[in-house]
Structure formats: C-alpha cells, structure tokens
Design a protein around this ligand. Structure first.
Ligand code: ZN
Length: 253
C-alpha cells in the first residue's frame, strides 16, 4: 500500500461496531425506517405496531403476523459486509457488534452470539407475553401459514409476540447497559448503515465520542455525528466494509 494508513486504522486490537438497517439492505431486507422505508412512507403502519395496540387488538396481531410470515429476512443470507466483520474477529481483533437489526445475520455470518448485542431483540424467537414460554418463531410461522391468524400460547392461551422491541416498548436494560459499557471502552467505533438518530444508537454514538473513541461512519445519508467523526464514508456498504476490514487486518502484520 503506497498511501499511509489513516491514524484510526493503526494498532487496532479492539473494535466496536454499531450496525443499522443499511448493512442488511444488501441482503435484500428492506429498511423500514429510512427515507424510503415502509414505516416512513406509511406512518399508520408503524403506529399499528406499538406494544399497547398489539396486546389489545387481535386485528393488529393478525396484520403483524401477515407482515412477518413471509418477511424477506427468513431467507436472507449474510452479505460481504457481515462476512467481513466475522473475518475481522477471526483475525484476532476483538470485535463487538451492537446492532439495531433483528435479522440475526451477524451470527449467521459466523460471529459468536455472545459478541453480538441485539439492541432491538431478535425475530428468530417468540415468547408468550403472559407465561414467558419461548419458542422458535419458525413454529409460530408454521401455525400462521396453516391458518391460525392470531396464534396463541399453547401452554396458557396468552398473546405470543416476537422477541423484538415494538414501538412504545422499553429496551432491555441489561442489553443497553452492556452496549453502553462497550461503547465507552472502545478505541474505535465503526457505525455502519445507521442514521444514528434512533435510540439507543444515538446515545451509543454520543457515549463513544465522549469517551474519546475514533468514530468512523459508513452510511448512505448524513448523521448528526458526521462533524465529530474521524472519517465519514458514503459508499456501498458491501464494498467498503470488506475493504476496511482487509486494511485493518493488513495493518496488523
Ligand atoms: Zn403462555
């Protein structure tokens, strides 16, 4: 490499990575909250998916399961960016991913589950809101596909919900506490495909910068943190993340 590496790439042994919907659009999963997102264009659809409405209104649950039964995420594959982050971790750099995504693609790409904090939960399991019995969502999808429009808990008859955070629902304080600790201690935070506008991502960016992390933002659109970032990259995530990872690995040898 003829060009000297930027400062933020040197001597990296630990990286915190904050990922949002933009890393998964390359796997065919739509960005619900982005400028062209389903929920941005149709705020009523988002309003319907609040915890309160979901628990109270069977018609909302029917609509929810109809939306999710054929969701593209069930068959989506990790893309080059997910795979690059797993490769970075295997190279000996300690990678911790804080993700806004519920699709499980970081783990599918090979990162250990304990290295991925799912800030908004996961769509791969579903729990009874009454007795907390948890089952793979695949079982619920099978029931929906077989004609149960509003499947209920087989143990107690309670309302079943994906283990994701709905609008109006509190984030898991243990997960958020752990994420804040990682963001505070990270020398480098790569923010990939996140607008850094939605909590808790906005707060995590703030915490990292306040503790002196070098912030590198890879996102299609502007973010509130662009001015304080060490670098802002507006390019295709599936191209640029593998490239950065190769350089970080190369800088270590
Ligand atoms: Zn139950």
């Amino acid at each position: 490499m003829d060009k000297p590496l930027p400062m933020w790439m040197r001597d990296v042994t630990r990286v915190a990575v904050l990922t949002g919907a933009g890393i998964s659009t390359g796997s065919g999963i739509p960005d619900y909250r982005g400028p062209d997102g389903v929920w941005t264009r149709d705020p009523a659809a988002a309003a319907a998916f609040t915890l309160d409405t979901y628990l109270r209104d069977p018609a909302t649950r029917v609509r929810f399961w109809q939306t999710y039964v054929d969701h593209p995420a069930w068959t989506a594959q990790p893309n080059a960016a997910h795979e690059a982050l797993a490769r970075l971790d295997r190279s000996g750099v300690a990678v911790r991913v804080l993700t806004q995504n519920i699709d499980g693609l970081h783990q599918r790409a090979g990162l250990a589950a304990r290295k991925v904090l799912e800030l908004h939960g996961t769509m791969w399991t579903a729990s009874c809101t009454a007795c907390r019995t948890t089952a793979p969502t695949a079982e619920v999808r099978t029931r929906v596909a077989a004609g149960e429009a509003d499947p209920r808990c087989t143990a107690c008859g309670g309302v079943i919900k994906l283990d994701t955070v709905l609008f109006g629902e509190r984030l898991n304080p243990t997960v958020i506490g752990h994420a804040v600790a990682i963001a505070s201690a990270a020398p480098l935070l790569l923010a990939i495909g996140s607008s850094l506008l939605v909590e808790p991502a906005a707060q995590l960016g703030q915490v990292a910068v306040a503790h002196g992390a070098r912030l590198v933002i890879i996102n299609r659109d502007e973010t509130p943190y662009d001015q304080v970032a060490a670098e802002v990259i507006r390019a295709d995530i599936t191209d640029v993340v593998p490239d950065i990872v190769d350089q970080l690995i190369g800088a270590r040898v």
